[in-house]
Design a protein around this ligand. Sequence first.
Ligand code: ZN
Length: 198
Amino acid sequence: MQCSLLLEQLIEALRCLPGVGPKTAQRMAFQLLLRNRERGKHLAKTLLDAMQDIKHCQKCRTFSEHPLCKLCQTTARDSTLLCIVESPADIFAIEQMGNYRGFYFVLMGHLSPLDGIGPNEIGIPQLSLFLSDENLKEIIVATNPTVEGEATAHYLSELIKPYPIKVTRIRHGVPLGGELEYIDSGTLAHAFAGRDVI
Ligand code: ZN
């Protein structure tokens, strides 16, 4: 029996974070209450604002609190290149690599018919807007090298075939089954440099 219901609720709420079990959640709650109340309040406010205001960019589907994300708003990038990724975390990984200057499209997952995730769920209708842009010369399909990621890449290459756009896939150095966000920048840069036409 705990002495505070609110404390119990805080610990339970913290457990929604990935990798946080009951002990860690308890430690986090005590730490915030004992030493970091101001930062705890700041965390609560930021969390609330983010949960309420962050939606999806209308163009590339990544997270954004504005109709268009910062990347889609910029004119200082290469509009002949589009990189298709599974998640916003992949954009972070590729931006960290530092040598890709094109735009992105985020599927927010991969095709998974058994789970009811089809073309509509991965934003194919929105992707069509990019496909009809005549500036676009190459699409780099950077879905994860997992079975689902490969199947999604195959679907995308078939979809894009009728358009005068080169479709490439990053290959070398990305470990099979590995996810882009966990790959170091050097390996990722190598994978980008060694992409194949599919
Ligand atoms: Zn965007």
